[in-house]
Design a protein around this ligand. Structure first.
Ligand code: NAP
Length: 307
């Protein structure tokens, strides 16, 4: 019988592991299908406090893991396939093996939605990004492209216009999903150009290990052309990783966990941490803070139950 199982090994899960391990609760962390979370997909992180020179995302998250392991946290490779949260102890199926735990911290994150282009994944961290806040700074004076027609795309295009020489916003339709205020703000920004009814066919150049140009297609005319680009930002939404808890943990219509205050979910003993609940901030530092909150709540919950 475990005291704490943490689902997810990004900033939220690792921080929850550090705190619960230091509280001598011997947490078990289920790494998940994207071990290390979103940070493992970035390069230099310059806004995590404590690193004046910045630190590489994968190194930062690996450091957190080692810190948790130093206090006795265990890590298990693999994914949670099934969960029975109908009674305590909770029962979890990890890659076919069932285990029991008194508390559960859900830090399974939200995965960026990608376009699914042939070269997209190969160029992540080399010009392809899903996070303007993380990577915008690297494109000072460069040509930037943002894909999407929602509020995220508008927000990212506006933010990126501070850095880039120009920002081209590419959207697959004529109408925008974005709120009027966000759309108007982007439209009135002289650095942002709009390309509507346009889809990306692929991003290049894999042989140079760098984004140099994209191939675009107009969906009305079927015209295909290439455009030079240095930074390619995909802002077509995120998918919270809550499918395995469907029907048990309360979520909103998009699948983000609904908080019951602090780090609490609708199920006593199940806590949330990080992007799986947070659709607004989505930063390494806020996810770490949320991991700390979930750990402290799990600790208090166990204490109150006499464990
Ligand atoms: P979203 O509203 O779901 O918009 C996603 C956009 O990406 C849509 O325009 C969609 O096109 C496009 N898209 C999806 N899949 C695509 C594909 N395969 N190829 C090309 N385009 C694709 O997502 P979001 O912008 O991330 O916003 C999520 C939520 O957060 C919204 O409720 C939003 O209001 C909120 N948000 C608010 C703020 C703010 O207020 N500051 C900032 C960011 C986000 P279609 O329109 O054609 O479907």
């Amino acid at each position: 019988m475990l005291d704490v199982v943490i689902v997810g090994s990004g900033c939220a899960g690792n921080t929850a592991a550090i705190y619960t391990a230091r509280a001598n609760l011997k947490p078990l962390v289920i790494s998940g299908h994207e071990a290390g979370g979103q940070l493992s997909l970035t390069t230099l992180v310059e806004n995590f406090p404590g690193f004046p020179e910045g630190i590489n995302g994968p190194e930062l998250v690996e450091n957190m893991k080692m810190q948790a392991q130093n206090f006795g946290a265990e890590y298990l490779h693999g994914s949670l396939l099934e969960a029975d949260l109908s009674k305590r102890p909770f029962r979890l199926n990890v890659e076919g093996d069932w285990m029991e735990t008194r508390t559960l911290i859900v830090a399974s994150g939200a995965s960026a939605r990608w376009l699914g282009l042939p070269n997209e994944q190969k160029l992540i961290g080399h010009g392809v990004s899903s996070c303007a806040t993380c990577d915008g700074f690297f494109y000072r004076g460069k040509k930037i492209m943002v894909i999407g027609g929602g509020d995220s795309a508008m927000e990212e295009a506006n933010f990126l216009s501070r850095f880039g020489s120009e920002v081209t916003l590419v959207h697959r339709r004529e109408q925008f999903r974005a709120s009027k205020i966000m759309h108007d703000r982007a439209k009135s920004n002289p650095k942002i150009k709009f390309l509507t009814n346009t889809v990306v066919e692929d991003v290049h150049d894999v042989s140079a290990n760098l984004v140099t140009h994209v191939r675009l297609r107009n969906t009305s005319t079927n015209a295909v052309w290439e455009q030079e680009v240095d930074g390619f930002f995909v802002a077509i939404g995120h998918i919270p990783n809550t499918a395995v808890f469907k029907g048990q943990i309360d979520t909103d219509a998009d699948g983000y966990i609904l908080s019951k205050g602090g780090a609490r979910t609708n199920i006593p003993g199940v806590f949330h941490a990080g992007d799986v609940q947070d659709r607004t901030y989505r930063q390494a530092i806020t996810a770490s803070g949320a991991g700390c909150m979930a750990a402290m709540e799990a600790e208090r919950f166990l204490e109150a139950e006499g464990h």
